[in-house]
Design a protein around this ligand. Structure first.
Ligand SMILES: NC(=O)c1ccc[n+]([C@@H]2O[C@H](COP(=O)([O-])OP(=O)(O)OC[C@H]3O[C@@H](n4cnc5c(N)ncnc54)[C@H](OP(=O)(O)O)[C@@H]3O)[C@@H](O)[C@H]2O)c1
Length: 308
């Protein structure tokens, strides 16, 4: 038997348990990875709260991304060996001692890359890559990135900066210095009673007009982007399905993942071209506390579980 994070009823972090599951083994075309770290994502808790994806069954395992060491190689797999350090993705079940995945769902972990960063980079970087590419940004653009300090936001601002665009990011004051260090113009979100509104502060942050917005929080943030005069077709959200129909904005997000792109994200992080702040690491046994942290919806970067 081996350990995995699971739940048998929908709810908050308190329904999570570290359970014993039959130890999985690599079949044809698969590898087994002894997990060293697993990233946490809002997808985990949106599904766990119930009603987010159709046909989801209980009991369920949890976790979509991992980093670890290959300890079994299935028949027909070439190019991978026991002992290789890798990162990868899985539908669910990454928050566990072992994962078994097709060999097409892993990439080599650069030797110098921290385990927590390796485990936390894949989902957010893939989402940010698709989102940024969808608007074909360039040096003439001034782009608003909402929730710029979050897991997806912090990668989005870096990919957007790499296009040459001027990047303005909303975040709480505590995260402004970090964003400035990435070349982002930070703006506090929310309306200050008796003070300025988010819209006013965003208008004051840059001399000219905004030309695009990359949203990672949804709701009011998209309405503010529209109020700034950004056309809906130049707004992409990864966080608000309702706004796609209701407001006519785009909804290009994650979805397709490739091992080659994952390897490139890992290389960029190892070489310091891409910064992934880790806001907290927790042991697998502390999974409830880890999700209590992640589900505050505040903080800089990623929360990651360390295994064992
Ligand atoms: N479509 C896809 O493929 C896809 C893939 C991945 C994620 N997503 C979605 O993208 C969203 C973001 O995911 P994530 O991993 O980045 O989440 P996250 O790391 O939990 O985001 C937290 C961030 O949100 C910020 N924030 C909270 N309230 C805000 C507000 N009113 N205005 C601006 N910023 C605010 C916080 O900033 P402060 O700490 O500064 O308060 C914090 O940095 C989620 O809804 C997730 O489900 C979609």
């Amino acid at each position: 038997m081996s350990k995995a994070v699971g739940y048998s009823e929908y709810g908050g972090p308190e329904v999570l348990e570290v359970i014993e599951v039959p130890e999985p083994h690599a079949g044809d075309g698969e590898v087994r990875v002894a997990v060293r770290a697993a990233g946490l994502n809002p997808f985990d808790f949106k599904v766990r709260r119930g009603g987010y994806i159709p046909n989801h069954q209980l009991p369920s395992l949890q976790g979509a991304e991992f980093a670890g060491v290959i300890d079994e190689v299935g028949a027909g797999v070439t190019g991978w060996s026991v002992g290789d350090e890798v990162l990868g993705w899985i539908g669910r079940g990454a928050q566990a001692e072992y994962v078994v995945v097709p060999a097409s769902q892993i990439a080599a972990k650069p030797a110098g890359l921290d385990w927590a960063v390796a485990a936390g980079i894949g989902l957010v970087a893939n989402t940010a890559r698709r989102s940024v590419d969808s608007l074909e940004l360039g040096p003439d653009d001034t782009v608003l990135v909402t929730a710029a300090a979050g897991g997806v936001g912090i990668v989005t601002v870096q990919f957007a900066k790499a296009t040459g665009a001027t990047v303005v990011g909303t975040a709480s004051e505590a995260n402004h210095e970090f964003l400035r260090g990435l070349g982002v113009i930070p703006v506090a979100y929310g309306d200050i009673p008796g003070g300025t509104s988010e819209l006013e502060r965003l208008r004051a942050a840059v001399p000219g007009d905004y030309t695009a917005a990359l949203d990672t929080i949804g709701g009011n943030a998209i309405r503010i982007a529209l109020a700034l005069g950004i056309p809906p077709e130049r707004i992409n959200t990864v966080a608000d399905r309702g706004a796609i129909d209701e407001l006519g904005v785009n909804g290009v997000g994650g979805g397709k993942k490739t091992s080659a792109e994952l390897a490139e994200f890992a290389r960029q992080a190892a070489d310091g071209e891409l910064v992934i702040p880790i806001r907290g690491t927790y042991q697998l046994s502390d999974v409830v506390a880890a999700f209590e942290d992640a589900e505050t919806g505040h903080g800089l970067g990623k929360v990651v579980l360390l295994v064992p």
